[in-house]
Design a protein around this ligand. Structure first.
Ligand code: HEM
Length: 414
């Protein structure tokens, strides 16, 4: 077997922290390779990019998740020992619970809720002299998701809860204070949702069958309900990542601002869908994904040793010139003839969401972007004042610096 090219440095953590999204791509082009080894957070890791690497990453006979996700990310972003960390049969049973929420009927209901919430939000923003789209979107999405999942939320608490969920997401790539705040709000938010689960279980709160809160509260594994805390973690694994879509909403508004020629090309369902997909491809969100080698195997002449940690370069695959023509151009039309093979467009993971770890929330993420873009372009007029909209590629997760400030907002459509 060939030697996997190595980054010659005692530990590359500092580079990940100082180079962020560009860390992997820079090494790959410097060394002209799809795979390299580096020491990150004290562990030797195989970092890999490209469509074929994605296919390998999702081959469950070779790659597992147990032990892959750093505890600090579980303690802020995902919740400890939730679905992200499971393998095999345990994972499949848990995953079926999430996938059962995504029926056409339930998703159509969410679309209606989003349209109603945007109407309300438009009127609210009209009242303000100045609104920050990212913050408004987080609050809007939290309200919509609480309605859709069946979690009670009062108007008085919606901004605070949205802020706390936002802090949890933001803490994922943070150290020091940013990390500690994430941990703290996660504990609080889990407590809030755990109380809802307990109220549903002992009948104090009525729920409809088919709502996610009902599904999670009464989901059984080997004849037993989930521990109430674990149930809260998993219900939050539906609500939290939806709130994270506010980043894509801000990016979508930025795209409308930077590439205004696309505004007139959003009238059909397909055009709107292409635009949402291009936003998911073009703007940075998930940087990379971690996993572990299950047992020794050889891939493209390289030896992957049992227990070695591997990292998939999700961000790089979105910009891979072997997959995308002119990847640095924002061009929704590229999706007109794009053939998705499950490993070549993976902003939310690759493979099959039913059997593997691919995100179950892609239809929700796409729908939130579509309905936001639809409302912003069809029903609202606004000005974009002078501000700093640069995207810091070192910060993970990132967003336009001033979070997209809008002024002189007027509701113009229905
Ligand atoms: C998994 C990204 C929205 C629920 C994932 C993964 C990524 C991802 C990269 C990991 C795939 C892997 O481990 O191989 C995103 C992004 C989103 C988003 C960028 C939009 C901003 C959502 C939404 C939901 C959701 C709206 C709501 C249902 C989940 C769950 C998993 C997951 C439950 C774990 C799946 C598993 O381990 O089997 N997501 N996601 N995500 N996502 Fe999302």
């Amino acid at each position: 077997t060939k030697q996997i090219p190595e980054v010659k440095m005692f530990d590359s953590t500092v580079n990940v922290v100082t180079e962020g999204y560009n860390f992997v791509g820079k090494r790959m082009s410097q060394m002209d390779t799809d795979v390299f080894e580096a020491r990150i957070l004290g562990k030797k890791m195989i970092v890999m990019t490209g469509r074929d690497a994605a296919e390998l990453f999702y081959d469950e006979s070779k790659i597992k998740r147990e032990g892959a996700m750093p505890k600090r990310i579980q303690k802020t972003l995902f919740g400890v020992n939730g679905i992200h960390t499971k393998d095999g049969q345990k994972h499949k049973i848990r995953k079926a619970m999430f996938m059962s929420m995504m029926t056409d009927e339930r998703l159509a209901h969410l679309r209606t809720i989003l349209q109603e919430e945007w109407k309300r939000k438009g009127l609210e923003m009209e009242q303000k002299k100045r609104a920050v789209l990212f913050d408004e979107s987080e609050e809007l999405i939290l309200r919509a998701m609480c309605r859709w999942t069946g979690v009670p939320l009062t108007d008085a608490e919606s901004w605070r809860r949205a802020y706390e969920v936002g802090v949890m997401i933001d803490a994922a790539g943070g150290v020091g204070k940013r990390y500690r705040e994430g941990e703290k709000v996660r504990t609080e938010t889990e407590g809030w949702i755990q109380e809802v689960i307990e109220a549903v279980r002992d009948g104090r709160m009525k729920t409809e069958e088919g709502t996610p809160v009902h599904t999670v509260a009464f989901h059984e594994e080997e004849g037993e309900l989930l521990d109430a805390h674990m149930a809260a973690i998993e219900l939050l694994n539906v609500i939290r990542p939806a709130v994270a879509v506010a980043r894509f909403v801000a990016f979508a508004a930025l795209a409308l601002n930077d590439f205004p020629e696309w505004k007139g090309k959003l009238s059909t369902t397909k055009e709107l869908n292409n635009f949402a997909n291009e936003v998911r491809r073009f703007y940075p969100f998930t940087p990379f994904l971690p996993a572990v080698v299950k047992e020794d195997f050889e891939w493209k002449g390289y030896l992957f040793k049992e227990d070695r940690h591997v990292i998939l370069d999700v961000h790089g695959i979105n910009r891979d010139p072997r997959i995308w023509e002119e990847p640095e151009q924002f061009n929704p039309d590229r999706f007109n003839d794009f053939v998705d093979d499950r490993f070549n467009f993976i902003p939310q993971g690759g493979g099959d969401p039913d059997t593997g770890h691919r995100c179950p929330g892609e239809p929700i993420a796409v729908m939130i972007i579509e309905e936001s873009v639809r409302y912003l372009t069809e029903s609202l007029s606004y000005e974009v004042p002078e501000q700093d909209l640069t995207i810091n590629m070192v910060r993970m997760p990132t967003l336009p610096k001033d979070r997209f400030v809008m002024e002189n907002i007027r509701v113009t459509g229905k």
